[in-house]
Design a binder for this molecule. Structure first.
Ligand code: C5P
Length: 217
């Protein structure tokens, strides 16, 4: 018998990096592969949820039964996340760029010699923090934190700063970004659970089981 504890629930997942254009041919990005977010979307769909996966530029197939909206930049991602509301839970796995170019050049920027021209940056919207304050805030709001040191401690600070319910902290000091395994700490107001290193699919299913215990009918 199929186990569908999230039947009738709507879950929004963000995944992947964002690309922030500098000019028509260049962008600011990061090494996120999107694999952990896609695995979470797949696990949620397998448990019966209606899943909207808002994905930055990645090379991954859409998991069966998942609705996927592709975006490039943080601002596009924010707009799509708002369109996806209301939702029972939102899991913000995307590695959103903190900054973007203050102006996007219409033409390819030419090399002008030394010293190189500075690239003025401006701050991107924080989608997770925006959702935490939103009139249609999902009942369960989960952020991710990629840290290379003091992982659990930084995650606890992030929980308070972002206003979300849980932080899934992962140690990205090794080959987690792009790799197939992940070792995570689940930080909630009640404390921290540290899970053993496992394949991203296994972490995804375990996380969705924990989520189903909170929002499942
Ligand atoms: O502050 P930091 O980027 O480490 O926070 C990570 C968490 O916040 C992740 O859940 C990420 O998806 C989310 N985030 C976001 N919008 C941003 C930056 C981060 O939603 N601009």
């Amino acid at each position: 018998v199929e186990h569908r504890p999230l039947y009738g629930k709507k879950i929004v997942v963000t995944a992947g990096p964002t690309h922030e254009a500098i000019d028509p041919v260049r962008y600011i990005a990061n090494r996120s592969s999107g694999r952990q977010g896609f695995a979470i979307a797949q696990a949620a769909a397998e448990m019966g949820a209606e899943v909207i996966l808002i994905a930055g530029p990645v090379n991954l197939a859409t998991p069966p039964g998942v609705i996927r909206w592709d975006v490039e930049s943080a601002r596009e991602m924010q707009a799509e996340v708002e369109k996806a509301l209301p939702a029972d839970a939102a899991i913000m796995v995307a590695a959103v760029a903190d900054y973007r170019a203050a102006d996007i050049a219409d033409q390819k920027i030419k090399k002008k010699g030394a010293p190189p021209a500075p690239l003025p940056l401006t701050e991107n919207p924080d989608i997770l923090a925006m959702l935490a304050r939103h009139a249609q805030r999902p009942k369960l709001l989960i952020g991710f934190a990629a840290e290379t040191e003091n992982v659990a401690e930084h995650a606890a600070q992030k929980l308070a700063k972002k206003g979300c319910d849980w932080i899934v902290a992962n140690d990205v000091s090794g080959d987690v970004m792009g790799g197939s395994e992940n070792s995570v700490h689940i930080v909630t107001k009640d404390g921290t659970e540290s899970w053993p290193k496992a394949h991203k699919e296994v972490v995804a299913r375990k996380l969705m089981e924990k989520i189903a215990n909170v929002i499942g009918g």
